[in-house]
Design a protein around this ligand. Sequence first.
Ligand SMILES: CC(C)(COP(=O)(O)OP(=O)(O)OC[C@H]1O[C@@H](n2cnc3c(N)ncnc32)[C@H](O)[C@@H]1OP(=O)(O)O)[C@@H](O)C(=O)NCCC(=O)NCCS
Length: 155
Amino acid sequence: MNLTIIQLSEMHLSDCVELDQNSSNGLWSKSQWKKELTDPKRICLGILELQTKKLLGLCSAWLVIEELHITFIAVDPMNQRKGIGKLLLSDLIKRSKSLQINHIFLEVKQNNEPAKAFYNSMGFKTVGKRSNFYQDGCDGLLLKKELITNYKLNN
Ligand SMILES: CC(C)(COP(=O)(O)OP(=O)(O)OC[C@H]1O[C@@H](n2cnc3c(N)ncnc32)[C@H](O)[C@@H]1OP(=O)(O)O)[C@@H](O)C(=O)NCCC(=O)NCCS
């Protein structure tokens, strides 16, 4: 499978809504996705199958000074566990470094074991817990990845 990662724009609106529905039960409305795709403070990346141009994965994040807050990440259910999520998040991390971002944050449902395993494999650490964070009463975990490396010299 040949893949490419691109910055998504409004022309991908219906693909984003469809992937959101298929992977995440429609977390956001069409108008929320439109805002996501057009606001300059947000980064919205998609991973496409080159030949068909099908959107296989999608992540979205907000830039807040030197922090990046990931608000959405999902891979087409038929194509999960093939390394697509890892490719997408690695690309976002690479772009974040070039934008002088120091930390990346995100929230994950405490009972979302696949996502927790995924973020753990990408070097995210749990730094907080938010009780009743989700509409269904589920707790949220706050995860963080540091992008700055601290070096210490022996003296
Ligand atoms: C979370 C999600 C984006 C991961 O994407 P993916 O493309 O399937 O993940 P990858 O194939 O890149 O997996 C990378 C690593 O993450 C871990 N991982 C991913 N899915 C996992 C699962 N279901 N169970 C255990 N570990 C998992 C593994 O360590 C995996 O490496 P490996 O396959 O070599 O063992 C995907 O499962 C998804 O879209 N879930 C539904 C939406 C969602 O929950 N989003 C997160 C909201 S916070």
